[in-house]
Design a binder for this molecule. Sequence first.
Ligand SMILES: [Zn+2]
Length: 195
Amino acid sequence: MNKIKLFLKKYGYYCMIGLMVIALGVTIGVAAGTENTEMNIDSSANNPVVSVVNPEVLSFCLPMENPTIIKDYSGSELMWNSTLAWWEAHEGMDLTSDNSLVFAIADGEVMSITEDSLDGTKVIIEHSNGLESVYSSLNNELKVKVGDKVKKGDEIGKASDSAGSENLTGSHLHFELLEDGNKIDPNNYLELQPK
Ligand SMILES: [Zn+2]
């Protein structure tokens, strides 16, 4: 019972939207009449019912083309940061690629763009399922702005050495993945490790 309540609390809004979209689809279908079956099929193919009532469906791509991992995600394990000359948990992945271009790993919305001396230019994209992807150490010529809806694989910008906390690493992307606000291993969702 509690699980149902929790589900409704979490997804009730989506369910309602889903039902409304279905109701609208049915209304349009009825209005269009039965002689034009093709149009009914088209309209149901175009409406977003599938993704709305099933928020689990999210597909991913890598944040860079054929990336090289310079520094892996360490979880709570401490790693040496040569720029700051101290040990710290590296809760993201440092990546480079030939063209340095950085891409959105999945469909989502640009939640924030910040610039500070530690992380450099940083873009945060919110996805469904409580996921957020974070792209730090970008240069300031971004291809997106706050509020933009992005698709998987859309170009966000270019990796640089703007993150002061890691700039001895050279030009790179510091990439993080969050689930329900907690930093997680990007490898849980992305195939970043060489096979
Ligand atoms: Zn890093």
